[in-house]
Design a protein around this ligand. Structure first.
Ligand code: CS2
Ligand code: MN
Length: 357
């Protein structure tokens, strides 16, 4: 595996490449062209400029998170081919710049959903949190407004303000899209992009729906092992793989994370490793990465990745806001750096104990 950190680009991130370079064991970044909108072609010039900036700092681009999918593709509307053509063009340009990993998601309307961006934990840190009760009491049109006040001025990934302004229309467009339709639209998209992925050896890594169940009555399909296996079988190509996000699959306590990892051997192209603390099945908050701070056994998660000989990038996922840092919720420097260091420590211990038998 390679330890990496997500970075949103110098215009948008409070964390610098220099800081990332100084986290022991972190050699790559997972990044994006944050100022592009879903559906737009990423030009080679822009990709190359990003790459050169990252490489000048002594790091390299380990993958892209995300190239977002235009709603027309998820809805399956008549103009979807145009947006798929653009996506293919972007993949080609990435491939030509020697980038071979693309994370994306297929969630309708909202990307990840949280009801609080700054819940205070007993140690005074703040974290993202979710309660079903709050969702049930909320008008989806007010979702964005209800959380954006706590965003520390940042643009939240997956919550493009232009899209959020059209929430009502978006919901109307998705009204006939159920799980089956969404699966069919995903299949159509994957079938069309696989040739370019084969040509440039690009691993597509779908990110799970977060939380791993339907919110506001919208369909959600990337939620458990059964559905991921269905997705991989319907377009059976090793380039059609997954981002194993522990914190997203783990929202559903029926998902046994180490077992899922073992079952997905060979098709996990990217891993997000983080921990959650539950107060009940549908009230949880994001904890420090350390096992004892939350409810996941992080050793078992890393051990499963080790056992399947996982070679792709791992990144700590959302971190807590600590030490008075002001940053995009979930994406400060300090707690993610602690997370990376801890995960690297687990990996070293597993590796040495394995080799010494
Ligand atoms: C998530 C997502 O992993 C995460 O940080 O909260 O925003 C994720 O980046 C996207 O769903 C991937 O497309
Ligand atoms: Mn994730």
């Amino acid at each position: 595996m390679e330890m990496t950190l997500r970075w949103f680009g110098s215009q948008f991130d409070t964390v610098t490449l220099k800081q990332i370079r100084q986290i022991p064991g972190v050699t790559g970044v997972i990044t994006t062209l944050y100022d592009t909108t879903p559906g737009e072609v990423w030009t080679r010039e822009k990709i190359r400029a990003l790459k050169e900036e990252v490489e000048a700092s002594g790091l390299h681009i380990s993958g892209i998170e995300s190239v977002n999918i235009h709603d027309a593709i998820k809805i399956g509307s008549e103009d979807r081919d145009l947006y798929i053509d653009n996506y293919i063009e972007t993949l080609k340009n990435l491939g030509e710049e020697d980038i071979h990993l693309v994370c994306y998601n297929f969630m309708p309307v909202f990307d990840w959903t949280r009801t609080e961006l700054a819940r205070v934990r007993p140690d005074g840190s703040t974290v993202l949190a979710y309660t079903q009760e709050a969702i049930d009491a909320l008008d989806p049109e007010k979702m964005f407004a209800s959380i954006s006040g706590d965003a520390n001025g940042a643009i939240l990934p997956g919550w493009e303000p232009e899209r959020m302004a059209k929430i009502k229309e978006l919901f109307a467009l998705y009204k006939d899209v159920d799980d089956e339709k969404l699966f069919a639209n995903l299949k159509y998209f994957l079938e069309r992009i696989m040739p370019v992925c084969d040509a440039y050896n690009i691993n597509m890594a779908i990110h799970p729906d977060d939380p791993a169940w339907s919110v506001f009555g919208l369909p959600r399909i990337i939620i458990n092992l059964e559905n991921i296996q269905r997705m991989m079988k319907m377009v059976d190509n090793p380039h059609n793989g997954v981002t194993f996000c522990a914190g997203s699959y783990g929202t559903n306590r029926e998902n046994d994370l180490p077992t899922m990892i073992r079952a997905l051997k060979g098709r996990i192209h990217f891993a997000h490793v983080r921990n959650l603390k539950f107060h009940s099945d549908d009230n949880f908050e994001e904890a420090a990465h350390l096992s004892s701070d939350g409810d996941f056994d992080m050793y078992e998660i890393m051990k499963a990745l080790y056992d399947i000989e996982f070679e792709g990038p791992i990144r700590p996922d959302h971190g807590r806001m600590i030490w008075d840092e002001v940053a995009m919720p979930g994406y400060g420097l300090y707690d993610r750096a602690l997370g990376a260091t801890y995960l690297n420590g687990l990996w070293e211990a597993i590796d040495k104990s394995q080799k010494r038998g």
